[in-house]
Design a protein around this ligand. Sequence first.
Ligand code: AMP
Ligand code: MG
Length: 313
Amino acid sequence: MITIPSKAAEIIKNGEIVAIPTETVYGLAADAFNIQAVLKTFEAKGRPADNPLIIHISNLDQLKRIAINLPEIALTLANSFWPGPLTLVLQKHSNVPDIVTGGLPTVAVRMPDHPLTLEMIHLSGPVTAPSANRSGNPSPTRAEHVQNDYQNSVPVLNGGISRIGIESTVLDLTGDQPVILRPGAITAEIIKNKTGISVSVLENRDNKNRTKSPGTRYTHYKPVATVEWLESETKINDTNTYYIFHSDLIFKPAPNIFYYKGDFDSMARDLYDHFRTADHLSFSHIKIEPLPDLNVSPLIHALIDRISKARGN
Ligand code: AMP
Ligand code: MG
């Protein structure tokens, strides 16, 4: 475990990989311009190399080395939401190796909101950082999750618990209209309210569009336990089931029953940790209370998306 950003930056500059904290989830960082280093992240994760990576930057000057023909709204969005959980898909600069973008002519980039990681990138330059889980596990939201996945073979810059706990919103700016390819903490409504920019939302169920957001082909988020939405008449008494409620239903307190009392921020922050804990304790099922309307919290759409992926659809 590392606690000093300059130490992590040194690892990056030596062409090695290091796990880094962000406000969304932990990432597995490599020098974005070093093909061999980037290959090490795919190898460590056991992830198919055709899955494009997000480049993480610490200032706007770095953007010019990564993307070209920046539309004006890219700068408006960057100024409004960076550092923060919004990834922009832009036209790729020829500097960026093809391995980073899975051969696509576009590149995904964001500025993460974590002081240790921003300080590291300031010293190391831009890094690619896919979520630091081994492929098939939920994204890590704590340094310990990364240590468990790699049996301590990957150094981790310890930045505590990820504040948001769910991956960034991915917004494609390379088409006729801005489109959200992956829902996250920053919604179309938040973007509209803060910048006046209208963006549409890609429906994940629309198979035709899946190639637009290549990562959605892979099941990143699936725990071993079966994840299901709780049916209203289900009895809450199975000791092999891990129960998660967003509301405040009054059942007898038990170590396998969790209530969020309408606190969707905390629910999102804890979701992947619950998946990992349930697997660690060999629960066979995880049952989650169906979520309310999208307008109840900005995180509802992202929660439904990640829980649906964990269910396998
Ligand atoms: P993560 O798994 O959190 O590292 O996020 C990477 C995801 O960002 C990918 O799985 C894609 O969904 C998305 N992404 C990255 N690069 C691109 C790109 N050039 N075009 C569209 N989506 C991208
Ligand atoms: Mg991932």
